[in-house]
Design a protein around this ligand. Sequence first.
Ligand SMILES: N[C@@H](CCC(=O)N[C@@H](CS)C(=O)NCC(=O)O)C(=O)O
Length: 217
Amino acid sequence: MELVIGNKNYSSWSLRGWLMLEAFELPFKETRLKLFTDEFYQHLSQYNAANKVPVLIDGQVVVWDSLAICEYLNETQLDGKGWPAAPALRAQARAIACEMHSGFTGLRNEMPMNCRARRTIEPSAQALADIQRIDQLWSALREQHGDQGDWLFGDFSIVDVMFAPVVLRFMTYGIKLSPLSQQYADTLRQHPAMQAWLADALLETEFVAEDEAGEPA
Ligand SMILES: N[C@@H](CCC(=O)N[C@@H](CS)C(=O)NCC(=O)O)C(=O)O
C-alpha cells in the first residue's frame, strides 16, 4: 500500500490516514507532497479531481478520504478490529468519528494544526463550544472505559485516530482541559507513532501561510 500525504507539520487529515496505518502496524510506503504547490496538485490529479490528501493506493483501489481510508483498512486488514466489537459501542464510536470528521469547524478554522508552533489565540464562542464538547466527550469516555485500556473505547480504535490532530492543536494553542481529558491527550501524544510523526514534522522547513494562526506564546 502507498499513502500520499501533505506536510507533516500542517496536514491534519494526512495524520489520520498515516496514524491508522502506523498504529495498527500495517506496512506501507509514504509519499509526502508539499501542500498547495503545483507539484502537489499535479501528483494528486492522477487519482481523481478531489485533489486532497490523504490518498491510499492499494493496487487498483484508490481511497481519497481519511475516514474512508480508516474504514477500508478496518475491513481489508483488521478484520473489524478498528472499531469496538459490541454493536452499540461501535455505533457510538462511529457517530463520534463522524462528528469529528464533519464538525468542530470553529476549532478547525481558528486553530490549524501546526506542530512546531506554540501560540496563543482568542477563541470565538464557536471554537470554545467545540473545545468544551470535545473535553466532555473525552472525559465521559475515559470515565466509562478507563478500566478497559488507555484509549477512548478502551482499546485503540478509529476514534483515537480521528482525534489525533485535535490533541496536537490543543498542544500548539495551550488549551486547558479537565484532568481526565488532559491525561488522554498526553497518552495519545506519547503514542510512539505520534512521536515519530512529530519528529518528522519538526524537520520540515516549509511555511504555509494559510495554516498559521495566533501570536507566539
Ligand atoms: N475530507 C477529507 C479532507 C482532506 C483535506 O481537506 N485535506 C487537505 C490537507 S490537510 C488538502 O488536501 N487540501 C488541499 C486543497 O484543499 O487544495 C479527508 O478526510 O481526507
